[in-house]
Design a protein around this ligand. Structure first.
Ligand code: ZN
Length: 137
């Protein structure tokens, strides 16, 4: 367990509030355009595909695949012992929408590009960090 003062937390802003707090209800919430249906991340006020302002956060499945990753071996923070995996995962609902995250629940040398993963949340203060772990076989 990392003491909260050693965990860098994101600033929760109006546009990102759904993303950072959806985990309270077990939901990974991603911005989606109501005009064209496109999911996009990070959250913003306008659709990145069709420029509609009719956008809002929606829950997604939380299933994704590892698009790329690196294994960190450097001790950057006192409560964050290496090695750990920093990854971009691609959402099942929208190929091309990638979230930066950590892959946990397996050894770092077991992580592979294309590996299927699922979200879970770790609460720190008013933030529910979306982390990913391998899908149970
Ligand atoms: Zn759109």
């Amino acid at each position: 367990m990392i003491p909260p003062e050693q965990r860098m937390l994101p600033a929760v802003k109006p546009l990102s509030r759904d993303f950072w707090t959806g985990g309270e209800k077990g939901e990974l919430r991603i911005h989606r355009c109501r005009a064209c249906g496109h999911f996009f991340h990070p959250p913003g006020p306008i659709c990145v595909r069709c420029q509609s302002f009719d956008v809002a956060a929606e829950p997604v499945s939380g299933r994704a695949t590892v698009a790329t990753f690196t294994v960190n071996h450097q001790q950057w923070l006192p409560g964050f012992p290496p090695p750990y995996v920093v990854a971009l995962v691609e959402l099942e609902e929208e190929p091309g929408v990638r979230l930066p995250t950590n892959i946990v629940g397996c050894e770092p040398d077991q992580v592979e590009i294309g590996m299927r993963v699922e979200v879970f949340f770790e609460q720190w203060e008013d933030v529910w960090l979306p982390l990913f772990r391998p899908v149970a076989q």
